[in-house]
Design a binder for this molecule. Structure first.
Ligand SMILES: *[C@@H]1O[C@H](CO)[C@@H](O)[C@H](O)[C@H]1NC(C)=O
Ligand SMILES: *[C@@H]1O[C@H](CO)[C@@H](O)[C@H](O)[C@H]1NC(C)=O
Ligand SMILES: *[C@@H]1O[C@H](CO)[C@@H](O)[C@H](O)[C@H]1NC(C)=O
Ligand SMILES: *[C@@H]1O[C@H](CO)[C@@H](O)[C@H](O)[C@H]1NC(C)=O
Length: 264
């Protein structure tokens, strides 16, 4: 018998194909919505010195070297991160006399995390600033990393609580405005949270979680054990994306049901 009689009639065939295409579309949308926040993982922010995408950087300098397997910073940026009044931001750490070396190393590490980490995606926000399009907000910094930063800087001097704003830049680098007097850190930062949360306009929000918990970002880590912040970013990206899926799922399953009833 002719082959064509074994196939559905033209109308039925078109309907079958349409059903399959629509179900594929619904399925595709559901899978897309269910991605574990993939767009928040392994990304670099759109800021002043970040690379477009993370990639290996074998030669990252000293304190930035933990990120060498996968980094958003170039070698040049990692070198500049260790200098005073560097070409990165012309920022003068020593605006009230030199920071003690035990203190300064935390600022270098903070700069390395900011410039190099590909794991800050869940906390990237758009901003309207002349010098960057994106910033980080409320990164959950592990409490011990914040506490040691605060403890090691207690006796160094500064003149401001928010180091993003209010400097006198007339000399080409930041100086204390005459109205803001130099005091030991503990005057402007009475607690670890005051330091970590306030200094960069809430870029960090000190976490209650501890180093190694997989629930907070570590400024310091031993790269021999891998980068612990990968897991942390995955956890928060999934948590954030999960909330999104709960919103779209009822609509999607309703649509699938309607299509099923209409087309069969
Ligand atoms: C990094 O690059 C800038 C701009 O090209 C340059 O001025 C600076 O000297 C470089 N720094 C290092 C350590 O090579
Ligand atoms: C950002 O700047 C643009 C143009 O200057 C303005 O239209 C927009 O409202 C600003 N957005 C925010 C959030 O301030
Ligand atoms: C800013 O710094 C310049 C040069 O150091 C100084 O002459 C000026 O008085 C300062 N202005 C303020 C408001 O602190
Ligand atoms: C952190 O833990 C302390 C003590 O367990 C608790 O008092 C505090 O409310 C917690 N803070 C947050 C933000 O969860």
């Amino acid at each position: 018998m002719p082959l064509t009689t074994a196939l559905p009639s033209g109308t039925n065939m078109a309907l079958t194909v349409a059903t399959q295409l629509l179900l594929l579309l619904v399925w595709g949308t559901a899978v897309w919505a269910a991605r574990p926040g993939a767009e928040l993982l392994n990304v670099c922010m759109d800021a002043k010195h970040h690379k477009e995408k993370p990639s290996p950087e074998d030669k990252l300098h000293e304190q930035c070297s933990p990120w060498k397997k996968n980094a958003c910073c170039s070698v040049n940026t990692s070198q500049e991160a260790h200098k005073d009044v560097s070409y990165l931001y012309r920022f003068n750490w020593d605006h009230c006399g030199p920071l003690e070396p035990v203190c300064k190393r935390h600022f270098i590490q903070d700069t390395c995390l900011y410039e190099c980490s590909p794991n800050l995606g869940p906390w990237i926000q758009q901003v309207n600033q002349s010098w960057r399009k994106e910033r980080i907000l409320n990164v959950p910094l592990c409490k011990e990393d914040c506490e040691s930063w605060w403890r090691d800087c207690r006796t160094s001097y500064t003149c401001k609580t928010n180091w993003h704003k209010g400097w006198n830049w007339t000399s080409g680098f930041n100086e204390c405005p005459v109205k803001d007097a130099c005091h030991p850190f503990y005057f402007y930062f009475p607690t670890p949270a005051a330091l970590c949360n306030e200094i960069w306009s809430h870029s960090y929000k000190v976490s209650n979680y501890s180093r190694g918990s997989g629930r907070c970002i570590q400024m310091w880590f031993d790269p021999a054990q891998g980068n612990p912040n990968e897991e942390v970013a995955r956890f928060y990206a999934e948590a954030m994306n999960g909330a999104g899926l709960h919103r779209v799922w009822p609509g999607l399953s309703g649509l699938a049901l309607i299509l099923f009833l209409v087309l069969t």
